[in-house]
Design a protein around this ligand. Structure first.
Ligand code: FAD
Ligand code: NAI
Length: 468
């Protein structure tokens, strides 16, 4: 007899595995199907491998600047294989933890490629074997895959995506060209620059990180250039060919140019992964290549839901997890427990970037009269004592009420501080509310108090615009 569940989740990334555990905790008999590795893109080919590598390469740059702090080193050396080994160890440890949680919560994990052949009916294929299972509801969390631009030469050896790079199929190149100066491009440029590789970014738009607050994208661009990364903007790659390594031909601001490298990373975005997911005659309404869903994450096929990178929206692990929890709550007839409107975005460069809500330009475009408070981090004692770089904390609020609309942080530990500002936006707090609590000294977060006070020109550690 065919196994029957309350819920089948397809895909074990941060969207799928979190949803499966949540459903099990709410008493649902749950199956989770995964065709590759538990943890999905985030754990195996995304967030965790990149941030583990970044943690290691950060040691290198810190070691190089230690002399200034009175500590000298001789003979710093790099073992690339060991670096990759540690990444694999971290991934394996987290994977074991997730597997333990799934088991402990009674989720049935099934290995294989899932195909929805009818509403409520899923076929699983693994090693030539087929198993069919049934459920009242199905949740699709099949994520995304790298988008491959249609450039001649894209299939040449040593032209690769982040998937290859992070799975150890790439090597430590002397010169790396990165096509696409988005989040992956910038994070990979930081890693390989710190590893001593010559890095060149080719970006189609007029600035890297074009979706980010302009001041942040300009600051990151300046920082990378200062560290030796070459950045081309308004540049379109037309061809990649082999000739003494790889040659990348591109048009930059209407001028044809070439650059040579021994490795090329394609990081021009990611697309929804729906390959082989639907049986014949079953096609949900789509939104481009993404699966279309309603406010409850239900697709046009009743009882079939979708969350995470496979639907339109921010392609972020924490967004996928939050959507997974809310989708399960809706399936269970519960009120959503998470505010899905407020999604922080982070980039783990040095210094880090973290943003939430609207930036100044977006708030004005949305019709708000705004006030902006800003604190430069070179006035923050923790930044100075930690030899931190130039950066800032910026708060955008509604002019008349003082309500916080957004925050943009460029500083060390920005990614660990942004949660407080997300809470402030979600709970409609004002700049006065933010400034009304005591923050410990010396910390980076003291700069939040200063930025909040700066909205009314009352920041203690900012020189008055006019000397009194
Ligand atoms: P995924 O994590 O993509 O998981 C989908 C899973 O479904 C996969 O395991 C896949 O094998 C499986 N699957 C697909 N089809 C089927 C099928 N038919 N049957 C069975 N299984 C199937 N986000 C952040 O928030 N922070 C970061 O620092 C960050 N860094 C990143 C760095 C890189 C290099 C990349 C590529 C991404 C990064 N992301 C980051 C984005 C993040 O990884 C994704 O947003 C997140 O993984 C999406 O989660 P998901 O559950 O929707 O899908
Ligand atoms: P992206 O959308 O962030 O950036 C792609 C960049 O490539 C854009 O700047 C775009 O203008 C450029 N581009 C597109 N086509 C091009 C071409 N032909 N030539 C030159 N440039 C071109 O996508 P990316 O960097 O691939 O990352 C995918 C997603 O993964 C991100 O959107 C993000 O959601 C997620 N991610 C999140 C991270 C984090 O949270 N720290 C880290 C890495 C990825």
């Amino acid at each position: 007899m065919m196994d029957k569940y309350d819920l089948i989740v397809i895909g074990s990334g941060p969207g799928g595995y979190v949803a499966a555990i949540k459903a099990a905790k709410l008493g649902k008999r749950t199956a989770l199907i995964e065709k590759r590795d538990i943890g999905g893109t985030c754990l195996n080919r995304g967030c965790i491998p990149t941030k583990t590598l970044m943690h290691s390469t950060r040691f290198l740059s810190e070691a190089r600047s230690m002399e200034e702090a009175g500590i000298s080193f001789t003979g710093i050396s790099l073992d690339y294989d060991k670096l990759m080994e540690r990444k694999d160890e971290v991934v394996a440890r987290i994977q074991k933890g997730i597997e333990g949680l799934l088991k402990g919560n009674g989720v049935t994990v099934l290995q294989g490629a899932a195909c929805i052949i009818d509403p409520g009916l899923v076929k699983i294929e693994a090693n030539g074997d087929r198993t069919d299972i049934q459920a009242d509801n199905i949740l699709i969390a099949t994520g995304s895959v790298p988008l491959i631009p249609n450039i001649p030469g894209k299939d040449l050896e040593n032209v690769f995506t982040s998937d290859h790079l992070l799975s150890g199929q790439a090597r430590l190149y002397n010169k790396l060209i990165i096509i696409g100066g988005g989040v992956i491009g910038v994070e990979m440029a930081s890693i390989y620059n710190e590893l001593g590789c010559d890095v060149e970014i080719i970006e189609a738009m007029d600035r890297i990180l074009s979706g980010m607050d302009k001041e942040i994208s300009q600051s990151i661009s300046m920082g990378l250039k200062r560290k030796g990364v070459t950045i081309h903007t308004r540049a379109k790659v037309t061809n990649i060919k082999e000739s003494d390594g790889l040659v990348c031909e591109y048009i930059e601001k209407d001028k044809p140019k070439t650059s040579q490298a021994d490795g090329i990373l394609l990081s021009v975005g990611r697309q929804a992964n729906t390959e082989g997911l639907f049986g014949q005659g079953l096609s949900p309404e789509m939104d481009g290549s993404c699966i279309k869903v309603n406010a409850d994450f239900e697709t046009s096929i009743p009882g079939v839901y979708a969350i995470g990178d496979v639907i339109r929206g921010k392609q972020l692990a924490h967004a996928a997890s939050a959507q997974g929890i809310v989708a399960v709550e809706r399936i269970c007839g519960l009120t959503p427990s998470i505010d899905l409107e407020i999604i922080p975005s982070c980039i783990y460069t040095a210094p880090e970037v973290a943003t939430v809500g609207m930036d100044e330009a977006e708030a004005k475009e949305a019709g708000y009269q705004v006030k902006v408070g800003k604190y430069p981090m070179l006035g923050n004692s923790k930044t100075l004592l930690s030899m931190g770089e130039r950066g800032f904390i910026k708060l955008v609020c509604q002019a008349d009420t003082g309500r916080i609309l957004g925050a943009q942080l460029l500083c060390d530990r920005a990614t660990d501080m942004i949660g407080e500002l997300g809470l402030a936006i979600s709970k409609k707090l004002t700049s006065k509310d933010l400034a009304s609590i005591i923050r410990p000294h010396p910390t980076y977060e003291e700069a939040i108090t200063e930025a909040a006070d700066d909205i009314e020109g009352m920041a203690i550690h900012i020189m008055p615009r006019r000397v009194l």
